[in-house]
Design a protein around this ligand. Structure first.
Ligand SMILES: Cc1cc2nc3c(=O)[nH]c(=O)nc-3n(C[C@H](O)[C@H](O)[C@H](O)COP(=O)(O)OP(=O)(O)OC[C@H]3O[C@@H](n4cnc5c(N)ncnc54)[C@H](O)[C@@H]3O)c2cc1C
Length: 369
């Protein structure tokens, strides 16, 4: 007798009441809340649990305080009371999933969502939706009564739109800092990710330059503990100061920068170019599911009291609600926890509070991080 388990792609069509797309913090918090209400669900993620956080550079710290990014009422504690790092937080997410026995279909992207009566797709499960996943080469179809899109908004790094951007030394992600030791690194951007990268790489022994398209750094968008140091290092010339420039062309060993004031150009040496100017949301799944996107920002439209989109039975949660956040980021994990309560209340017909009240009070009494 064979003891081998059927693989994801070999299963016949299966059904669930709620399909959660995305096992980031909000997808997991929702899964726990549904478990507490006895509502059947399945969770799918295109990558691993906490996939978005897993691509942050090692040892990157959250800007938010731990109380605000804790989920499901489970305290997030660090040994030295500091803000959690990527590593702390991924460990925490695994612990929460383990504690509440949340099985996540990892590396299992959802590639389509259709009405179950769509003849081309069809499911035999009796639910309203056919959710197609593609864990390997062969698609697999799930039947679900409701679908929650907790898919985040950071699918692709934003593009600069200049020649040379596709060269191999140009990257939209900060990697392990050690690899930049002794190299000339040009960082493009002026908000938290770019400033934090500039500081970390400077301290890791890279020769860092910073290009930002505004006349001055956008101080309101930079965390208060990063600002004095970056200003000091720029003023001292220890980080190359190219504030007030935009890159116009990337070459194999340098970048051509243009002054926003007088159009003069300067060539800056760069073995690596980090373009840290933000991220874009992938709208494909929302379009397939028939979710309306508002014209200006291409944000999904939804009812703020229930989180249900214009497609009855399809909900949206977490940072996915904000679409592509282009200027100041306003929607973070911090201010998305109530999405979970609203969805569970709508599905169960009961008021719920995903975090124990005492813990929620503690969160609310914290000053803004
Ligand atoms: C460097 C950096 C620092 C940050 N610091 C903070 C901070 O301090 N505080 C804060 O609140 N926020 C911060 N953020 C934003 C943070 O990433 C989000 O707040 C948090 O991850 C949002 O959680 P979420 O569950 O809404 O979405 P995400 O964590 O983005 O999760 C979405 C999940 O959906 C999955 N997914 C997407 N499409 C599919 C698909 N088709 N099929 C299956 N799965 C899919 C993804 O793989 C991902 O795991 C930071 C972001 C970055 C990049």
């Amino acid at each position: 007798m064979s003891h081998s388990q059927p693989t994801e792609s070999q299963h016949p069509p299966r059904s669930t009441r709620v399909a959660i797309v995305g096992a980031g913090p909000i997808g997991l918090e929702l899964a726990v809340a549904l478990r507490r209400q006895g509502i059947d669900f399945e969770v799918f993620d295109a990558g691993s649990v906490g996939n978005t956080i897993s691509w942050w550079a090692p040892q990157t710290r959250w800007f938010s305080s731990n109380e605000r990014i804790a989920i499901a009422g489970v305290p997030l504690l660090t040994a030295d009371q500091s803000k959690a790092t990527r590593e702390h937080y991924l460990t925490y997410l695994r612990s929460v999933a383990t504690q509440f026995e949340i099985h996540v279909h990892t590396h299992c992207p959802v590639v389509n969502i259709a009405r179950a009566d769509d003849e081309e797709i069809g499911t035999q499960g009796g639910g309203r939706f056919a959710v197609t996943t593609k864990p390997g080469a062969r698609p697999s179809v799930w039947s679900a009564d409701a679908v929650v899109l907790a898919i985040g908004g950071t699918d692709f790094p934003k593009k600069l739109g200049i020649p040379g951007e596709d060269l191999p030394h140009v990257d939209g992600y900060l990697r392990e800092t050690h690899r930049y030791f002794g190299r000339n690194v040009l960082i493009v951007g002026g908000r938290n990710s770019a400033i934090e990268a500039a500081l970390r790489l400077h301290h890791a022994g890279a020769n860092v330059s910073l290009s930002y398209r505004g006349a001055q750094l956008p101080e309101d968008h930079i965390k208060y503990w990063l600002l004095p140091e970056i200003k000091g290092l720029l003023a001292a010339g220890r980080i190359g100061d190219f504030v007030g420039t935009t890159p116009v062309q990337i070459l194999s060993e340098s970048v051509q920068l243009e002054s926003i004031q007088d159009g003069t150009q300067v060539e800056v040496k760069a073995d690596d170019v980090l373009s840290l100017i933000g991220y874009e949301q992938d709208k494909t799944l929302m379009r397939m599911a028939g979710v309306e996107l508002t014209e200006s920002m291409q944000r999904p439209s939804y009812d703020e009291t229930t989180m249900e989109t214009n497609v009855p039975g399809i909900y949206i949660a977490g940072t996915a609600t904000a679409g592509t956040q282009s200027s100041k980021y306003k929607t973070f994990l911090e201010n998305c926890h109530d999405h979970v309560d609203k969805i569970v209340a709508h599905l169960s017909g009961q008021q719920v509070d995903s975090a124990p009240q005492q813990y929620r009070q503690q969160i609310l009494s914290q000053p803004e991080s």
